[in-house]
Design a protein around this ligand. Structure first.
Ligand code: BGC
Length: 369
């Protein structure tokens, strides 16, 4: 083969290996406190597009062509960075140091008591007043396995929001050629602390309108009932014969208004499901199907729980992308994670991270037709 042909051949191979995953581009998305904020956009050969930002390690777009070929963005969020900065509903950021609620913001490790900041009623939620989702993360595109991933890091100082110990968190985002968008979160600390990290994503697989006719399946045979402030009581309740039974596909709206005491406090679903067969390996947690778009999403994770929040507090007062008001039942939140308030329940999975250990949470969002 002539040298020029060889060069051409290797160029095509390099391009092809790049196409096996996705192409990532970086662009500016404004500034926060004088620091430039980036938007990283992944695109694969199927036309799936995912955008992430280093403000809050946020996922701001996840789109694929629907059955009619229309590119459909399936996550809530904002067009402008300033709106994400001001957001109080957690539209897409990584929440932590501890996702969801810790009762009264209190817990103990090794007999030592800690008091976290209080930012909802008398409780601590999603990492506090200025949690990980409100921080500017260091970020870059990194070459890995012949493709590109986006890596973000943030160091949380000892005492931040009341948490003990310094913690360094790394998040790696990656879109492959089979529409698997992977988020891998790891963390290390220099003193015993608690940790629970997950992206707080709102979904509507039709891209707009109601989610009540989406079909939904959760691979969980038990859920955690809560008190009036949505803190788990500590019980694990069998879903059999209750509105919480999503083990076979059913419409989200099918039982959402059933008179069940556990549906009253949140005004719908706002509970953690206990994933069947949890053993720390990757498992399918749930499967959602958009009734109009035909878009399907499976979530796989190595986490013991899935928080399913049916957007009960959405009332049209938030204006999201494309100037659309997010009304009741227009979006649902799905969060693979450890159980809420686990640091205060001995029968819940361990939430304590100690020096020398590495926290690892891996989540894959697979979008298909
Ligand atoms: C919680 C909801 C809460 C929402 C926004 C979800 O993770 O389960 O109760 O309203 O986050 O903070």
């Amino acid at each position: 083969m002539k040298k020029s042909c060889l060069i051409f051949f290797s160029f095509i191979m390099a391009f092809a290996s790049c196409k096996a995953g996705s192409v990532v581009t970086q662009s500016g998305w404004g500034e926060v406190d004088g620091e430039g904020i980036s938007l990283y956009t992944f695109e694969n050969e199927n036309g799936m597009v995912v955008a992430v930002s280093n403000f809050g390690a946020s996922i701001v777009k996840m789109a694929i062509p629907d059955v009619g070929g229309k590119l459909t963005d399936v996550v809530g969020g904002y067009d402008a960075l300033a709106e994400l900065v001001a957001d109080k509903s957690y539209q897409g950021p990584l929440v932590g140091r501890y996702a969801n609620r810790i009762k009264d913001g209190k817990f103990e490790i090794d007999g030592e008591s800690y008091q976290l900041s209080i930012n909802e009623n008398t409780n601590h939620i999603h990492g506090g007043i200025s949690g990980f989702g409100k921080k500017v993360w260091a970020s870059s595109i990194v070459a890995k396995n012949g493709g590109d991933v986006v890596v973000m890091t943030y160091t949380s100082e000892d005492g931040e929001e009341g948490y003990p110990g310094k913690m360094t968190v790394t998040v790696e985002f990656d879109l492959d050629g089979d529409n698997n968008f992977a988020v891998e979160i790891s963390a290390v600390c220099d003193a015993a602390t608690v940790v629970n990290l997950t992206p707080h994503l709102y979904f509507n697989l039709n891209g707009e309108g109601s989610v009540l006719d989406h079909r939904f399946k959760i691979n969980g045979s038990a859920y955690l009932p809560t008190d009036a402030q949505l803190i788990p009581t500590g019980q694990l309740t069998d879903v059999t014969g209750t509105p919480f039974d999503f083990r076979n596909f059913k419409k989200i709206g099918q039982d959402i208004n059933v008179k069940n005491p556990d549906l009253v406090f949140g005004g719908g679903y706002d509970h953690n499901w206990v994933i069947d067969g949890f053993d720390g390996t990757m498992r399918e947690q749930c499967h959602l199907i958009g009734d109009k778009s035909g878009i399907q999403m499976q979530i796989f994770a190595n986490q013991p729980g899935l928080q399913f929040y049916s957007g009960n507090f959405l009332d049209g007062s938030i204006t999201g992308k494309g100037s659309v008001a997010y009304g009741l039942r227009s979006l649902i939140v799905l969060e693979p994670q450890n159980f809420p308030d686990a640091p205060n329940h001995e029968n819940f999975p361990n939430a304590v991270l100690r020096p020398g250990e590495v926290y690892n949470s891996k989540i894959i969002y697979r979008l298909t037709l």
